[in-house]
Ligand binder design. Structure first.
Ligand code: ADP
Length: 921
C-alpha cells in the first residue's frame, strides 16, 4: 500500500512538476542529472532525455562555475538546506542564459535521494537590471567625470552637495565640505563679493565670474564659475579650473613682454648693425625699388664728400660714372632675376678726388637682392671692398716674380752656356796639340789633356800621384836653356798661381824631362783662374813642345852666323839682285871676282847681264826660270865675263828671297883655281892614257903575232910539246883578253878626259839608227856567244838620225856590256828600238839585280859604282861607261834614263831626235 500511496503521491508530484513553469532537475552530490522535468526543454533547449546522465556543471559559464560549485558543495552536508544561486547556463542554441536556481538538499530524503534543483530563465530580468545599472552608472559618471566641480548650497550658502571634481578642486574631502560654507573656499578679501553674488542668484540671475579658490593647502586656484538657482531652491555653482587659461594668459603676457624686449633688442641690433654697416671697412649701399634709389650708404661711401647728397637719389643719377662702366646693367639684372652678383678684383674707374680725373681701382663686389616680407625683390644690397692696394701689391709681386723668373732663366741659361762652354773647352782641350793642365790653388793638377800626357810621355793609366807637385818637380828636372837647374818656384803652375800671366813676351821656355827622362824644351803660356772676388782659385797652363823650333832656331842662328862670317870672310861672292839684273847688295868678294868696284856694281845703270858671256845667255835665262818656279837654283858651274873681258869660271847657286819683288840671293864661288887644277889633271890623264895606250897596242900586236906563230908551228908535235903549246896558247889568249880590257879602260879614261876637256868631237852624219843598232847587237853577240840577246825592231826599215854612228854604237855598247855583265848568264837581254813622235828610243832590258832610286840617279856619275858584293863584273870597271854614254847621247841632243827597281832588272834607254827626210831608204 505504501508503494501505491507513494506511487499516487509520486504521480501527483510528477504532474505538479511537469506542469510547473520552473524546470526541475535532480542531481547527484557530483552534479550528475538523474532526472529532468519536461519543462527543462523550455529553459535549456535540451530534452529531459538529453540532460539525464550529464553533469550539470559542464553547462555553466566558466566565470560562474566556481561560485556555484562552492555554494552547491556548501549545502551537501546540510540535509534539507536550500540556497538560491545565479549563473549563466549554455542554452542548446549556443547562447548564454542567466538562470536562477534553488538548490535543496534532499539527499537524505529516501523518497528523493537527490539535490533538487529548481531553476528558471532570468535572462530578461538580468538584462533589465543591467540596463538600469548602466544608466545609473552613466549619470554617476556624468556628475563625477564632468571636468567641472559642482557645488550645491542652500540659500545661505552652506554646502549640501559636492561632486568628486569639486572635492579635487578644493582639496577637501566630501564629508568635510558638507559642513562648510561656500565662502570658506574664497579668500577673505573676496567674501563680500560672494555675498553679493548669492543675492543675485536668489534673485534668479545666472552669474558668470572668476575667482580664486582657496584650497585646503592654502594655495589659490583660479576658477571660472557659472551659478544659478535650482528648482529645489538650492544654489548650483559649477566651477572650472581655469589655471590653464590663466597660465596661457600669463604666457601671452610674457610673450608680449618678450616681444617688446625682442623688439627693443632688434632695434638695438639694428642700431648696432647700422653702426657696423657704417663703420664696416667696405662700401655698403642699400637700394630700393626698380629705380635703385639709394636708401642707405655707409661711411665709406659717404666719406667721399660729394656722395653725401646722393643718398635718396636713384643710382643712375648719383653714380653716373658707374652707369657707363656697366654697373647699372648688373643691378637691373639682379633686380629681375634675383641672382646675386659677385665679382673679384673688378677694375673700376673711380673719381676719388672729385676732380673729374678717374683713378684705376679694384673692388671685390657682392651685390645681393633684398626681399620684402612676401619674398619679392624690392631692393639691392651692394657691398664693395676696395682691393686696389692688394691687386697692385700682388702685381708688384708678380712683376718681381717675373723678373726673378727671368733672372733665374738668365742664370739657367748662363749656367747652360757655362756648361756648354766648359764642355766646348774640354773638347778644345782634348783636341789641342798643345798640352793643357788645369790646377787648383795649391798647384795640384785637376785636369790634363791627352796632348799634355803624350808630351810628357805619361801613360794613359799613369798613377795620378806622379802628377803631384813635388813628384812632378822631381821628374821634370826643370832647367833653363843653358841647362842650369831651376828652383821649384819657377814651375809655370806656381808662377801662374802667384798671379803672373805667362803670355806674349812673358812666356817661358824651359828645359825639362819627360816622365821617361827624355829632354824636352817646353814653352809655357798660362794665366791664373780667379773667382768672382778676384781670389786666385787655380790656374791653367798651356805647354808647347818647342824643342824642334828651338833646335831649328839654334841651327838657324848658327847657320846665319856661319853665313854671315862666310859673307864677311869674303870667300864667297854674295849678291842680291832681281831677276831683271838690278843689283841691290853685293859683297867685296864679287867685286874682286868680276873686276868692277862695289859702287859700279850697285849703280843703277849696271845690270848683272853684263857679266854673263853671250854663249851663256840662254843658260842664264833657264836659271832665272828655275829660280822663279822652284825657288832655288842648285850649284852650277858657269863663266862670268870680267871687266877686262876675260872669263871667270864660277860655281853659282841662287835662292829666291822675295817672290813678289822677284829678288834672288846668289852665291858665287870662284873656281878658276879648281878649273886650272882639273885641266892639269885632265892633261895629265890624257897624257897618261895616251902613254898607256901605245904600249898596249904593241903588246896586243905581239900577242897576236905569238898566237899566229903558234898556229903556224909545224905539226905533229910530241905530246909534251903539244901540251906545252896548248898551255902557251891559253896563256896568250888570257893575256890578250886582259890587254883588251886594259885597252878599253884606257879608252874610257881617254874618252872621259876628252869629254871633260870639251875635246869630244862628233862627226854628225845622217844615219839609219836601225843599222847602227843591228850592227852593235851583232858585235856583242859575237863577243858573248853563249848569251842570248834579242832584238826587236820597228816596222820601219829606216829610222833616220843625225849622228856620229861610232859614238852612238859606243853608247849602246856600254848599255849592252853592263846588261850582260850584271844579269844572270841564262837570262835574255832584250834590245828595243821604237820610233816615237819626234824621236827614236833605244832600250836595253836585263833581268839583273836592279837599282834603287838613288842608284838610278848616281850611276850616271863618273867613277860611280854600286858598292855591293858580287856586283863587280869579272873585268872590274871604272864606273865610267854610263857617264860616257850619257855624254855621247846628250851631245846628240838626246836623253838617257833608266827604269829599274831592286830585284826587278833594269831597262837603260836613250833617245835621239829623228831627222826626218834626211835619208832615203
Ligand atoms: P862600270 O864600268 O862599273 O860598269 P858603268 O858606268 O857602266 O861602270 O856603270 C856604273 C855602275 O852602274 C856599275 O858599276 C854597276 O854597278 C851599275 N850598273 C850599270 N849597268 C847596270 C845594269 N845593267 N844592271 C845593274 N847595275 C848596273
Amino acid at each position: 500500500m505504501s508503494l501505491e500511496i507513494s506511487l499516487q503521491s509520486d504521480q501527483r508530484f510528477r504532474a505538479l512538476i511537469e506542469h510547473s513553469s520552473d524546470a526541475i532537475s535532480l542531481l547527484t552530490p557530483e552534479g550528475t542529472v538523474t532526472y529532468a522535468s519536461p519543462s527543462t526543454r523550455r529553459v535549456t533547449g535540451y530534452s529531459a532525455e538529453e540532460l539525464v546522465g550529464r553533469n550539470g556543471f559542464t553547462l555553466l559559464h566558466p566565470e560562474d562555475l566556481e561560485d556555484v560549485r562552492q555554494q552547491f558543495t556548501g549545502i551537501l552536508d546540510q540535509p534539507g538546506h536550500s540556497i538560491t544561486v545565479e549563473g549563466r547556463f549554455r542554452h542548446a542554441d549556443g547562447t548564454w542564459r542567466w538562470v536562477e536556481a534553488t538548490l535543496t538538499n534532499l539527499l537524505a530524503d529516501p523518497a528523493v535521494g537527490a539535490v533538487v534543483c529548481n531553476y528558471r530563465d532570468i535572462t530578461q530580468r538580468k538584462q533589465g537590471q543591467e540596463r538600469l545599472l548602466q544608466s545609473e552608472e552613466r549619470y554617476r559618471m556624468l556628475v563625477e567625470q564632468a571636468a567641472v566641480g559642482m557645488f550645491v548650497t542652500d540659500l545661505q550658502g552652506h554646502l549640501v552637495e559636492v561632486n568628486e571634481v569639486g572635492c579635487q578642486l578644493c582639496g577637501y574631502a566630501r564629508e568635510a565640505l558638507l559642513i562648510m560654507h561656500i565662502q570658506d573656499l574664497i579668500p577673505e578679501e573676496d567674501r563680500a563679493d560672494v555675498r553679493v553674488e548669492i543675492e543675485r542668484l536668489r534673485a534668479g540671475e545666472t552669474t558668470r565670474s572668476q575667482w580664486y579658490m582657496k584650497r585646503k593647502d592654502g594655495s589659490l586656484l583660479p576658477v571660472g564659475t557659472t551659478a544659478n538657482q535650482l528648482s529645489t531652491g538650492n544654489l548650483l555653482v559649477i566651477a572650472r579650473d581655469i589655471s590653464d587659461r590663466i597660465q596661457a594668459e600669463q604666457a601671452r603676457q610674457q610673450l608680449l613682454a618678450y616681444e617688446r624686449a625682442a623688439r627693443a633688442e632688434a632695434e638695438a641690433t639694428r642700431a648696432r648693425l647700422y653702426e657696423f654697416l657704417h663703420q664696416a671697412p667696405m662700401r655698403i649701399m642699400a637700394l630700393r625699388g626698380p629705380e635703385h634709389r639709394v636708401e642707405f650708404a655707409n661711411t665709406q661711401v659717404l666719406q667721399i664728400e660729394r656722395y653725401a647728397d646722393r643718398v635718396g637719389k636713384p643710382f643712375r643719377e648719383g653714380w653716373p660714372e658707374f652707369v657707363e662702366q656697366g654697373i647699372l646693367a648688373i643691378l637691373d639684372e639682379i633686380y629681375i632675376t634675383g641672382t646675386p652678383f659677385t665679382g673679384t678684383e673688378v677694375p673700376l674707374k673711380v673719381d676719388r678726388k672729385g676732380d673729374g680725373v678717374p683713378e684705376e681701382a679694384y673692388f671685390n663686389l657682392v651685390y645681393q637682392p633684398l626681399r620684402n616680407a612676401q619674398g619679392d625683390i624690392d631692393g639691392l644690397l651692394l657691398s664693395a671692398i676696395e682691393v686696389t692696394e692688394q691687386v697692385q701689391a700682388r702685381r708688384r709681386v708678380e712683376e718681381l716674380n717675373r723678373q726673378l723668373e727671368a733672372e733665374k732663366d738668365a742664370l739657367r741659361q748662363a749656367e747652360q752656356e757655362a756648361q756648354a762652354r766648359a764642355s766646348e773647352l774640354t773638347a778644345i782641350f782634348e783636341a789641342m796639340t798643345e798640352g793643357v793642365i788645369v790646377c787648383d790653388a795649391r798647384g795640384e793638377i785637376r785636369y790634363t789633356n791627352p796632348a799634355y800626357r803624350s808630351l810628357l810621355a805619361l801613360d794613359e793609366d799613369a798613377d795620378s800621384s806622379v802628377l803631384q807637385i813635388d813628384r812632378r818637380f822631381e821628374w821634370l828636372a826643370l832647367r833653363d836653356l843653358e841647362g842650369r837647374p831651376l828652383p821649384k818656384e819657377q814651375l809655370a803652375t806656381l808662377r801662374v798661381l802667384r798671379g803672373e800671366r805667362l803670355s806674349g813676351i812673358h812666356t817661358v821656355d824651359h828645359l825639362c824631362h819627360t816622365y821617361k827622362g827624355e829632354d824636352l824644351i817646353l814653352n809655357a803660356n798660362g794665366a791664373p783662374i780667379r773667382d768672382a772676388t778676384g781670389q786666385i782659385v787655380g790656374g791653367v797652363v798651356v805647354f808647347r813642345d818647342v824643342t824642334e823650333r828651338r833646335r831649328l832656331g839654334q841651327q838657324l842662328h848658327s847657320s846665319e852666323r856661319k853665313f854671315r862670317s862666310l859673307v864677311e870672310s869674303n870667300i864667297l861672292g854674295v849678291v842680291v839682285a832681281d831677276v831683271e839684273g838690278r843689283i841691290y847688295e853685293v859683297n867685296e868678294r864679287v867685286a874682286q871676282m868680276v873686276g868692277y868696284s862695289k859702287d859700279e856694281l850697285l849703280s843703277r845703270t849696271f845690270n848683272w847681264q853684263q857679266l854673263v858671256p853671250p854663249d851663256a845667255h840662254e843658260a842664264q835665262a833657264q836659271m832665272t826660270k828655275t829660280l822663279l818656279s822652284t825657288g832655288v837654283v842648285p850649284p852650277q858651274e858657269g863663266e862670268y865675263l870680267r871687266k877686262d873681258g876675260s872669263r871667270l869660271p864660277v860655281l853659282a847657286a841662287a835662292t829666291l828671297l822675295d817672290q813678289e819683288r822677284r829678288l834672288g840671293l846668289g852665291v858665287i864661288l870662284d873656281i878658276s883655281d879648281r878649273k886650272a887644277a882639273e885641266r892639269r889633271k885632265q892633261e895629265f890623264l890624257s897624257m897618261v892614257s895616251h902613254e898607256l895606250r901605245t904600249p898596249l897596242t904593241s903588246i896586243m900586236g905581239f900577242i897576236d903575232l905569238a898566237l899566229l906563230c903558234s898556229d903556224l908551228f909545224p905539226r905533229p908535235l910530241s905530246p909534251e910539246a903539244e901540251k906545252l903549246m896548248g898551255k902557251m896558247e891559253t896563256g896568250l889568249k888570257r893575256a890578250m883578253r886582259q890587254v883588251e880590257i886594259e885597252t878599253r879602260l884606257v879608252e874610257e879614261l881617254l874618252e872621259v878626259t876628252r869629254l871633260e876637256m870639251h875635246k869630244f868631237e862628233l862627226s854628225l852624219q845622217p844615219e839609219n839608227l836601225v843599222t847602227i843598232v843591228q850592227e852593235t847587237v851583232a858585235n856583242q853577240q859575237q863577243a858573248a856567244r853563249t848569251r842570248q840577246i834579242e832584238l826587236v825592231l820597228p816596222p820601219d826599215e829606216v829610222v833616220p838620225v843625225l849622228a856620229d854612228a861610232g859614238r852612238v854604237g859606243q853608247a849602246l855598247t856600254n848599255y849592252l856590256v853592263n846588261a850582260l855583265k850584271y844579269a844572270p848568264l841564262d837570262q835574255v837581254v832584250l834590245v828595243h828600238l821604237v820610233v816615237e813622235a819626234s824621236s827614236a828610243r833605244v832600250s836595253v832590258r836585263d833581268q839583273g839585280p836592279g837599282l834603287t832610286a838613288e842608284q838610278q840617279q848616281r850611276v850616271w856619275e863618273r867613277f860611280y859604282q854600286v858598292a855591293a858584293p858580287g856586283r863587280q863584273g869579272p873585268d872590274g870597271g871604272l864606273g865610267l861607261g854610263l857617264a860616257i854614254a850619257r855624254a855621247i847621247v846628250e851631245q846628240h841632243q838626246g836623253q838617257v834614263g833608266v827604269e829599274s827597281a831592286p830585284g826587278q832588272g833594269s831597262t837603260f834607254w836613250f833617245t835621239l831626235p829623228l831627222a826626218a827626210g834626211l835619208i832615203q831608204a
